[in-house]
Design a protein around this ligand. Structure first.
Ligand SMILES: Nc1nc2c(ncn2[C@@H]2O[C@H](COP(=O)(O)OP(=O)(O)OP(=O)(O)O)[C@@H](O)[C@H]2O)c(=O)[nH]1
Ligand SMILES: [Mg+2]
Length: 386
């Protein structure tokens, strides 16, 4: 059987295509409505899709509504594409109106069945779509359900049919989960000591270079750099290159004691950034060593860098293992490479800690932004933007 797919902005236009190509005897096998484009569902376009064929065996009598449901359920459960057996429209030329009436009634039946079997009966269609969007962004099923559930409870029936009210309420619910620390604090008072920790290769050194450049060049603050990462020769050289370009002093320390002394030497600075060696979350001994380094600096802020290219399970493992060091906030790095930004929401929902920055690429100093509700929403729904 040859099945053809037709898409248009309205059901009528899609039906006209079917009729023109397959003739009035064509049988509609399935219809669905979905949305394309838009951000958070705004400015999205409704698309109607019809699957049709002219080669279906036509049953003589119209199947009962109950039988159609049964057929749909059977196909849906077996994982095959839903196929609604259909009576052919009344034959004969000049009966276009009757055909259209029949098709339109079939369409409402199919929609009803789809809702009944594909969607949670308690969930209004507008929320089912948002739920799917959240899953697509990588938010866990549990959290996505909690978010749309809260919107469902907040809004009455009429509000749930108003797209912009639904969007606003959804953004509000997501906003409640976002703990934001704001940027690194540097008010020119007491020297601010800022440490970056995290697993290997997540972007600690690059992020320090971005922030050091920002505070030194844009905010004209007196900046000091210290690196406790002597694990790799290249690591020191990497930060030295940035320090030279930015025009700030770099101290290299080998022990916690040296770190304490270097911090003292930089007491004339308004802000000191301290780079640490990347440590595997599996290596408890190295994590204890890191803890000793960090504590000797008595930092005001310790940002744990988490690469958003890491799997969700591993992220929770990293947070757990790095909690040995007192973490003040998270920096989510490599968001430019991330395909599941929703995991950030899961992390923030289940942790006490806030997020300070998102890093968005390799370029120093530009590829970093302070985490805000707006930047996080944009990241979450980046694939929905036109
Ligand atoms: N795509 C992308 N790459 C980044 C980002 N931040 C850093 N990188 C790259 O990631 C790699 C590792 O960056 P580093 O700053 O050396 O990471 P690190 O955490 O200091 O690494 P170790 O000191 O070895 O633990 C480099 O190639 C960076 O250019 C980012 O936001 N996006
Ligand atoms: Mg490094």
């Amino acid at each position: 059987m040859e099945v053809k797919r037709y898409r248009a902005n309205t059901m009528q236009a899609a039906l006209a295509q079917v009729k023109q190509e397959l003739g009035p005897q064509a049988v509609i096998l399935n219809t669905k409505t979905f949305y394309q484009g838009g951000f958070l569902g705004l400015r999205k376009k409704e698309i109607v899709e019809i699957l049709a064929s002219r080669e279906v065996n036509i049953v003589d009598t119209p199947p009962s509504f109950a039988r159609q449901k049964e057929t749909y359920a059977r196909h849906h459960i077996s994982g095959r594409s839903p196929l609604v057996e259909s009576k052919s429209p009344p034959p004969g030329e000049g009966k276009a109106d009757e055909i259209l009436k029949e098709l339109s009634s079939l369409k409402s039946r199919v929609e009803l069945l789809t809702r009944e079997y594909v969607r949670d009966p308690d969930c209004p269609p507008a929320l089912s779509e948002r739920y799917e969007l959240l899953l697509k962004a990588g938010v866990s099923k549990l959290l996505a359900k909690k978010i749309v559930g809260a919107v469902h409870t907040d809004l009455n029936k009429a509000d749930l049919e108003n797209a912009s009210t639904v969007e606003k309420s959804l953004a509000q619910e997501i906003g409640k989960l976002m703990k934001l620390s704001g940027p690194v604090k540097c008010d020119g008072g007491k020297t601010r000591k800022v440490v970056m920790t995290g697993p290997t290769g997540v972007g600690k050194t690059t992020t320090i270079a971005k922030l050091a450049a920002h505070f030194s060049i844009k905010e004209r603050r007196r900046v000091g750099l210290i690196t406790a990462d002597t694990y790799r020769i290249a690591a020191v050289e990497q930060l030295k290159v940035y320090a030279d370009i930015i025009g700030v002093a770099l101290d290299v320390v080998l022990t916690p004691k040296e770190l304490r002394e270097a911090v003292k030497r930089h007491s004339d600075k308004e802000i000191i950034f301290i780079d640490t060696a990347g440590r595997s979350q599996q290596n408890r001994m190295k994590l204890v060593e890191l803890k000793n380094f960090v504590e000797s600096a008595e930092p005001d802020e310790n940002h744990l860098l988490i690469s958003t290219t890491t799997s969700e399970d591993e992220i929770f493992n990293i947070i757990d293992k790095f909690s040995i060091v007192d973490v003040s906030s998270f920096i989510f790095s490599k968001t430019d490479e991330c395909t599941k930004p929703g995991l950030i929401l899961d992390v923030l929902a289940s942790s006490e800690k806030p997020v300070s920055y998102l890093t968005t690429g390799q370029d120093v100093p530009d590829d970093i932004e302070v985490a805000t509700e707006e930047s996080l929403l944009n990241l979450l729904f980046k694939d929905c933007a036109q």
